[in-house]
Design a protein around this ligand. Structure first.
Ligand code: GDP
Ligand code: IMO
Ligand code: MG
Length: 442
């Protein structure tokens, strides 16, 4: 009896469910890191967002950008799950599946989609773009992929879910109710006419067989995987500062990208989450509108954008660039419960004489070291900087910490101290190989 108990406790300790989150405004390099970590796990499960995400993976001199399919797909025998928290555009999904199959990746038996995921319909994209260009609201600079309107329908209990594809009559009724509502609102608000109902319905039906082949009750599947001591990696999209509750609202996405989203977006109990890892860039970027205290509109910002190739992996838009913001990072460490961080793109800082790190926001004589709720304060604050010596050496592709220039090591050590959190890996280039492993996950 006692031996059984000890064995049980032992197994509990070694069956990790690990959540990987972005720590800034997205594009921290989550795709590279999740692909790398996926080598040692059984399941990679995406928990929120939609095809607004663009996760880049590089190996064997090839580059792939994934939008919906989890970043474990390039490792054979890994199960890839799209959770209930994801909003699914059928066309984007089918296109991405085809592209992967063309490169020889077998998806059947490896890709599983939640039967509870909400579907993005073309009118969601229309509504997203309408509000951005013609609405009375401030422009968010969305990806225009219909993410906000489809999550709005989900919360309003009007959404269409993947399981609805199983029942054609129910699907038709549900879509018609949505169609009639959207037809009126889009016409009234933006003078936009929707296509005929039949064309919308037929288009949805055209994806039905493909999607039905892949859907399952993924929460049950994950529960069984956990019971069998499998290692599960929960893949977050976007980043902490784009979280709908905790980000720079209203300049955020429409889902919970922080670690709690993994529980609701996959149906995993918080008690089963073993570790949370944060992916963080050595500087900061953001795409779209919204406050960004450390943004650089000078030649330093241009240099970061050029050397870091900071163009959106989904929309191709130039990313805004700036210095590392420790207020943002500390906020993310606490909100997500970060156990270890993974620092990316340190190589992009090569050649800077000095490097700045923001440690507080000054606003009307007051210093904020915690993130204020009000976007206007974040917009109008003055960042308080600490300056570090840069390095002239080339760090691209370095795999051992010992080979890093002294000042780069000092910069990394200072970030560890500021954030009171260790680094597990340091990424020195886009490729899988261009990584310094400081600690292993399992
Ligand atoms: P994600 O959305 O968080 O997965 O990040 P993206 O793929 O949108 O953007 C990260 C970009 O940086 C991609 O082009 C990656 O190939 C690239 N990248 C990732 N890690 C590194 C790194 O350590 N150094 C450099 N130079 N590029 C990197
Ligand atoms: P990954 O997963 C960076 C941004 C958009 C916009 C805001 C709302 O690649 O890190 P949305 O279309 O979601 O309604 O847009 O969020 N955004 C991202 N920025 N990386 C992403 O994903 C993003 N997904 C959305 O630019 O400012
Ligand atoms: Mg991205």
């Amino acid at each position: 009896m006692r031996a059984g108990l000890i064995l049980f406790v032992y197994l509990e300790k070694f069956m990790p469910v690990v959540v990987v989150v972005g720590m800034q405004w997205g594009d921290e390099g989550k795709g590279k890191i999740i692909d790398l970590l996926a080598e040692n796990v059984d399941v990679v499960a995406r928990y929120q967002g939609g095809h607004n995400a663009g996760h880049t993976i590089c190996f064997n001199e090839k580059q792939f950008v994934l939008h919906l399919i989890p970043s474990g797909i390039f490792h054979e025998n890994k199960l890839c799950v799209i959770g209930n928290g994801v909003v699914l555009d059928p066309q984007a999904l089918v296109d991405e599946m085809r592209q992967l199959e063309e490169t020889g990746i077998v998806l059947e038996g490896r890709l599983v989609i939640s039967d509870r995921a909400n579907i993005i319909m073309p009118y969601h994209g229309t509504s997203d773009k309408g509000r951005e260009t013609r609405g009375g609201f401030q422009k968010i600079g969305t990806t225009g992929r219909g993410i906000g309107p489809s999550y709005a329908d989900k919360i309003a209990r009007a959404g269409i879910r993947t399981c609805d594809l199983r029942d054609e009559a129910y699907l038709k009724d549900r879509l018609l109710a949505n169609y009639q509502e959207k037809q009126k609102t889009l016409k009234n608000l933006y003078n936009i006419e929707l296509p005929e109902f039949s064309s919308l319905f037929d288009e949805l039906l055209s994806y039905r067989d493909t999607i039905l082949k892949y859907i399952a009750d993924t929460h049950v599947l994950l529960r069984h995987q956990i019971a069998q001591n499998k290692n599960i990696l929960c893949e977050g999209a976007q980043g902490t500062m784009l979280d709908v509750d905790h980000g720079t609202y209203p300049f955020v996405t429409s889902s919970n990208s922080t670690s709690g989203g993994a529980c609701t977006g996959l149906g995993i109990s918080p008690k089963k989450i073993d570790k949370v890892l944060g992916v963080i860039k050595a500087y900061t970027t953001r795409v779209g509108e919204g406050p960004f205290p450390t943004e650089l509109s000078d030649e330093h910002g241009q240099h970061l954008g050029k050397v870091g190739r900071e163009f959106g992996a989904t929309t191709g838009r130039a990313r805004r660039c700036g210095w590392f913001d420790a207020v943002v990072a500390r906020y993310g460490v606490h909100l997500n419960g970060i156990d270890a961080l993974i620092l990316t793109k340190i190589d992009v800082l090569d050649g800077f004489k000095t490097i700045q790190v923001c440690t507080g926001y000054k606003y009307k004589g007051k210093i904020f070291s915690d993130m204020p709720a009000d976007s206007k304060i974040i917009q109008n604050c003055e960042p308080v900087y600490t300056e570090y010596e840069g390095w002239s050496e080339n760090t691209v592709g370095i795999q051992e910490l010992d080979r890093m220039p002294d000042n780069a090591r000092r910069y990394i050590d200072s970030l560890t101290e500021l954030l009171e959190t260790p680094f597990m890996m340091i990424s020195t280039g886009p490729d899988r190989e261009q990584t310094i492993q400081l600690d292993s996950l399992f």
